[in-house]
Ligand binder design. Structure first.
Ligand code: NAP
Length: 313
């Protein structure tokens, strides 16, 4: 049996971490008082790193582990992992695709409806007894509004399917047209922002998509426009978004992700036209259990010399 120690970069869903630690020797970097000393100690024989989508692992840390062969990520987004370094050094990367798609798409629609229909504000209105003094102001509607999706992958497609059920026209932007998709493709995100009433970001994060939803895109979306982000905080020009939400040039936003989590721009905290979530798109017990299963199965496959279950292509 392979006795190579596993370096764990961040806490996992507790049942997953418990099983990982019961089956293999695991060293927790996140609890180490001296991370440098731990990396030195593991340099000779650490072949597996387990991390999360948020924590990832950078090239500098991987360079300290010259025997590294596998980075197993709890999450589908690998933007916090230096994948180029992994490719250059023959290190396999696994993630947790598909099992979280439906929950993340559900949250996108929940955020969209909560933002348009001001559901958190309505909840406060009832709890604070304001209903006893009069009616809540009317809200926007989803009906008759066009939804633009940035990134029509697994999650983007699941969002589009849900939008179809709500009867909204759909358009999308991605790096290339897809012949099997009948919804109109926009090769330019600003053009999609101009066409759409609601823009939902569902593309990967990382350098290639940083600021993709730019000031110009948000201005094109306009004063009645809604921006929903379940992708990564980095994909939007966050300072521009905050400014435009504050001065009314962008209508409203439903946000699950931020550029510097868990820090959220202070101005957003007092805005009535935003609905905020603490990055919980995949945060349900069944989905976290399924994600954990994939992490464990990938590590087990590597330990047993079998093909990885969900390697990055
Ligand atoms: P996926 O199946 O790989 O889909 C990503 C899509 O984005 C693909 O269709 C891809 O285009 C497209 N894309 C790539 N570069 C783009 C660009 N520059 N502009 C527009 N679109 C681009 O991944 P997924 O499973 O749907 O996950 C998508 C992302 O959601 C993850 O990377 C992660 O950041 C985020 N996520 C968030 C949560 C949460 O809790 N909020 C949970 C899970 C995932 P092609 O099809 O042409 O390759």
């Amino acid at each position: 049996m392979n006795t190579s120690p596993i370096l764990l970069m961040a806490p996992l869903y507790p049942p997953t971490q418990q099983e990982l630690e019961s089956r293999w020797t695991v060293r927790r970097l996140f609890e180490s008082a001296d991370a440098d000393a731990l990396l030195d100690e593991l340099a000779a024989d650490c072949r597996v790193v387990v991390t999360t989508g948020g924590r990832g692992i950078d090239a500098a840390a991987m360079a300290r582990l010259p025997k590294l062969e596998l980075v197993a990520c709890f999450g589908v987004g690998v933007d916090a992992i230096d994948v180029d370094y992994c490719k250059a050094h023959g290190i396999a990367v696994t993630n947790t695709p598909d099992v979280l798609t439906e929950d993340v798409a559900d949250l996108a629609l929940a955020l969209l409806l909560a933002t348009l229909r001001r559901i958190p504000a309505g909840d406060r209105f009832v709890r604070e007894g304001r209903w006893l003094k009069g009616s809540m102001p009317l809200t926007q509607s989803l009906q008759g509004r066009k939804v633009g999706i940035v990134g029509l992958g697994r999650i983007g497609m699941a969002i589009a399917r849900r939008c179809e059920a709500f009867g909204t026209p759909i358009g999308w932007h991605g790096p290339r047209a897809k012949p099997d998709v009948s919804w109109p493709w926009f090769d330019d995100v600003v053009a999609l922002g101009r066409w759409a009433d609601v823009l939902v970001a569902a593309c990967p994060g990382g350098a290639a998509t940083r600021g993709l939803v730019s000031r110009a895109v948000l201005e094109a979306l306009g004063p009645d426009g809604v921006f929903v982000n379940i992708a990564r905080g980095s994909v939007v020009d966050e300072p521009a978004m905050v400014e435009l939400l504050g001065n009314g040039k962008l209508g409203s936003a439903g946000l699950d992700v931020f550029d510097d989590e868990p820090n959220v721009p202070a101005a957003l905290l007092t805005m009535e036209n935003v609905v905020l979530q603490p990055h919980v798109g995949s945060g349900t017990h069944p989905t976290r259990t399924a994600m954990g299963r994939l992490v464990l199965d990938n590590v087990a496959a590597w330990m047993e010399g079998k093909p990885l279950v969900t390697p990055l292509p």
